[in-house]
Design a protein around this ligand. Structure first.
Ligand code: SAH
Length: 204
């Protein structure tokens, strides 16, 4: 997986590669799918949701331009896999999941695996998690109709938000927003992606 799907497709950030090596993806999927754990595909988890393909997890993590002292907010905990990868690179990961059953199973799984710097919260992540803001980086792992204002506002100055945005709920452009100053944001388009919809007050 590392050699073929990550290094082979241009992932270069050493901290990202190390984190992807450390986190056992097989521990985040259903046991009936074990043989596919290290193939570069999204896989079904509970509640009709998916765990992203490894390349996209690595690509989005790299796009966040993380440093070890960062505090990161993830929207869309799902299985907890991407949160686990982020937690190997930064100080603290705050992750929000709207479906209670996924939030509690991810929390349980992450505890069991010994990830102690991840906090899982059940709620509508389109509104962010104001209590712990501002964040050095925010990553959204579900597709939004537009960039939620609440998420922009919870970025630290210099912070990066990486989010799939698109008019169709299953096909999006991955976008990076950088907060340059209090009222100055720069937006870049990164690549086309396909995520399950981000559902909530500032989502679908
Ligand atoms: N990062 C996950 C993949 C998540 S799939 C992993 O590594 O496994 C997208 C997730 O976003 C789903 O679990 C879905 O329930 C969740 N989601 C959708 N809308 C949301 C919202 N408004 N707030 C929080 N989570 C949301």
């Amino acid at each position: 997986m590392i050699r073929e799907h990550l290094l082979g497709r241009g992932i270069r950030d050493q901290a990202v590669i190390r984190a992807m090596r450390e986190v056992p993806r097989e521990a985040f999927i259903d046991e009936t799918l074990l043989e596919y754990a290290y193939e570069d595909h999204p896989l079904s988890i509970a509640e009709g949701q998916t765990i992203s393909q490894p390349y996209i997890v690595a690509y989005m993590t790299e796009a966040l331009e993380l440093s070890a002292t960062d505090r990161v907010l993830e929207i869309g905990t799902g299985s907890g896999y991407a949160a686990a990868v982020l937690s190997r690179i930064v100080t603290t990961v705050y992750t929000v999941e709207r479906l209670g059953s996924l939030a509690s199973s991810a929390r349980q799984r992450l505890d069991l695996l010994g990830y102690t710097n991840i906090v899982v919260h059940e709620g509508d992540g389109t509104l962010g998690w104001p209590e712990h803001a501002p964040y050095d980086a925010i990553v959204v792992t579900a597709g939004a109709p537009q960039i939620p204002k609440s998420l922009r506002e919870q970025l630290a100055i210099g912070g990066r938000l990486v989010i799939p945005v698109g008019a169709s709920s299953y096909l999006q452009m991955l976008v990076r927003v950088r907060r340059i100053a209090e009222h100055d944001y720069r937006t870049e388009e990164l690549c086309g992606v396909r995520f399950v919809p981000l559902i909530g007050a500032e989502g679908w």
